[in-house]
Design a protein around this ligand. Structure first.
Ligand SMILES: NC(=O)c1ccc[n+]([C@@H]2O[C@H](COP(=O)([O-])OP(=O)(O)OC[C@H]3O[C@@H](n4cnc5c(N)ncnc54)[C@H](OP(=O)(O)O)[C@@H]3O)[C@@H](O)[C@H]2O)c1
Length: 345
């Protein structure tokens, strides 16, 4: 089978011919039709990820058709279009994953290949309203955004409550865009930041109420002014979803409403600096981390996407052979939405 291998860090990925796996007991063999990139793939290539084990076929996100079922698996799965949950071995505690937790696509071979064998418990029916490419965008970024926003931040969903005000930073990011779509789907008032005015405009087209460019020195005050509470207000946002961290995180503390919740699931911009403790404790803020999600959360996320007929935003689609070009596009950060690899026909 054709597959995309990362042989060593700091090297381009290569298209190789590899032996196709077979379905072991409890597993299904999937003919992958589309896969998608995550920043994780680029971090692994750049040697900036914990516990790197190479060589490996990269890729956490994949959808395809079940072509073989292993011993003990219901044969009804054969021929079904499926989406793979890439969050493996979470374990029994929904609050935190266990010692055996792993993400598909390193250390185990991933989805940038024509075939993959995975335990049958990690497959779900592909939402029928989505193409293979659109569905491939969902797994890693979708479950991360879902857990951060719905479980950890506990976003109040539409009902009798006043819609919560949500800020999502770096909206060009894959997980950030899912957070935007989920928050809008749940009836929240959503605002965004980006380093690109063009991406801010696109986010508004999708339903964001407004947004600011984080490259502006005074972006937090500009944002407060846009919301209508005034430049020097004590904050506005009930929920903030961030994956950048870095020095800019201190401004999130400024724009959080008293009692606000700030979720952090990435550290693209490095360590948190200059956070003023009294702002955190006088405002009674809750700042917490979130990573990936449980099997239950993955299923809930897929059910939400299906019920709302939500369509993931695709930035660009590459062929499997163009995987290195796709990796470079992600590294440059120009994308708005997910970068997809078309694997088979
Ligand atoms: N813990 C987990 O389970 C988990 C899961 C998924 C991702 N992550 C982490 O989350 C981060 C994003 O991952 P991804 O796959 O969504 O990556 P991605 O699609 O490459 O998104 C990265 C985005 O970061 C934004 N950004 C850059 N500088 C920023 C700044 N100073 N302030 C705010 N945003 C900034 C950019 O948004 P603009 O283009 O709009 O400027 C960029 O598009 C990575 O660090 C990744 O490792 C963690």
């Amino acid at each position: 089978m054709k597959a995309i291998l990362l042989a060593e860090t700091h090297q381009a990925v290569q298209l190789i011919d590899a032996p196709a796996p077979t379905a072991g007991p409890g597993e299904v063999l999937i003919n992958i039709r589309a896969a998608a990139l995550n920043h994780r793939d680029v971090f692994i290539q750049q040697g900036m990820y914990p516990g790197i084990k190479l060589p490996v076929i990269l890729g956490s996100d994949g959808v395809g058709i079940v072509v073989e079922v292993g011993m003990g698996v219901d044969p009804v799965w054969r021929g079904q279009e499926v989406i793979i949950n890439c969050s493996h071995n979470w374990g029994p505690n929904p609050k935190f994953y266990g010692a055996d937790f792993k993400i598909l696509g390193m250390p185990d071979n991933g989805t940038f290949a024509e075939y993959i064998a995975v335990p049958a418990k990690y497959i779900h029916h592909k939402p029928a309203h989505l193409t293979f490419g659109q569905a491939a965008a969902l797994p890693l970024a979708g479950v991360t955004a879902w857990r951060a926003l719905m479980t950890r931040a506990g976003l109040h969903t539409t009902g009798t409550q006043t819609p919560e005000k949500v800020l999502i930073t770096g909206i060009g990011g894959g997980a950030a865009l899912f957070a935007l779509q989920f928050a809008l789907g749940a009836g929240a008032e959503v605002w965004v930041t980006s380093g690109s005015d063009e991406k801010l405009a696109k986010a508004k087209e999708l339903g964001a109420k407004g947004g600011v460019n984080y490259r502006e020195a005074d972006w937090a005050k500009t944002l407060m002014a846009q919301t209508g509470v005034g430049r020097s207000a004590r904050g506005y946002f009930d929920v903030i979803i961030d994956s950048a961290g870095g020095a800019g995180f201190a401004k999130l503390v400024d724009v959080a409403a008293p009692g606000g919740r700030i979720a952090l699931f990435g550290g693209t911009k490095g360590n948190l600096t200059d956070i003023v403790p009294p702002k955190v404790f006088f405002k009674q803020l809750v700042i917490f981390g979130s990573t990936m999600g449980t099997e239950h959360e993955f299923a809930d996320m897929i059910a939400f996407v299906t019920a709302k007929k939500m369509i993931p935003i695709i930035d660009q689609t590459f062929t499997l052979a163009e995987a290195e070009l796709a990796m470079r596009r992600m590294d440059e950060g120009k994308q708005f939405g997910k970068i997809v690899l078309e694997v088979g026909t």
